[in-house]
Structure formats: structure tokens, C-alpha cells
Design a protein. Structure first.
Length: 128
């Protein structure tokens, strides 16, 4: 049986650029870096910690296979200040996909942004 949720992994083309976006732009921090040099499975991976939650977001770059197009996942992030996060993300090279909208039935404000490679991030801020 599943004991707990462990992490989300995003496959990226430029690991260094994506690490800068998520750390410098969105405030995640590096927990560790992993290197595997096994032929057919060579990779570089950065494990990021999201806030104080301990939730992990892993960025992986495969060295011997192409990066798939963005869209393989949508990462949901709970935030306190929609405007500040969108400003920081766009300043760091991201873009707004869907501007913030209020969803009163769920007491949320929701927006979608994309990182510089086009991976989608859903921003969730409580209303009120």
C-alpha cells in the first residue's frame, strides 16, 4: 500500500536554467543533487524543497534521451500573494498562461503560469 506522497518530477531540457527559475524566482531551495552515469539512463537531477512543507519537486535532465514536450504534469502550488508570485515568476523568465480568477465555490483564486520551458504551474490562493 502507498504510505505517503513522495515527490513530483519534471523532465527538463536545461537543468541549470530551471533550477535558477524555481529557486531564484519562486523561492524553492535545493535539498540535494543527483548524478547517474549509467548508459541509457544517464541523468542529472535537482531535488527542491517547497517552502516549509517538506514537499519535494524534482527537476531531472536525461543526458542521453530527448526531453518530452511540456504538458506531462501540472504542479499545484499553494501561495499567499498571487501578485507577488506572478511578478517574481515573470521576472525570472516565466509567463502567465491564465490570469488570476476567483472561484468562490472553492474559496480560491487560481492562475496558471509556465516556467521558461513551458511546464505548467497552478497557483492557488485562498480568497479573503
Amino acid at each position: 500500500m502507498i504510505k505517503a506522497y513522495a515527490f513530483t518530477k519534471i523532465i527538463v531540457a536545461d537543468l541549470a536554467a530551471m533550477e535558477r527559475f524555481y529557486c531564484d524566482g519562486l523561492g524553492l531551495r535545493v535539498q540535494t543533487r543527483i548524478a547517474v552515469d549509467k548508459p541509457g539512463y544517464a541523468l542529472r537531477e535537482t531535488v527542491l524543497v517547497v517552502g516549509e512543507s517538506g514537499t519535494l519537486l524534482n527537476l531531472v535532465q536525461y543526458l542521453d534521451r530527448p526531453c518530452p514536450p511540456p504538458g506531462e504534469a501540472v504542479v499545484g502550488l499553494s501561495i499567499d500573494d498571487m501578485s507577488a508570485v506572478i511578478a517574481a515568476a515573470t521576472e525570472a523568465g516565466g509567463s502567465v498562461v491564465t490570469p488570476p480568477v476567483d472561484i468562490p465555490d472553492h474559496q480560491l483564486k487560481v492562475a496558471y503560469i509556465a516556467d521558461p520551458e513551458g511546464h505548467l504551474l497552478e497557483l492557488l490562493q485562498p480568497l479573503g
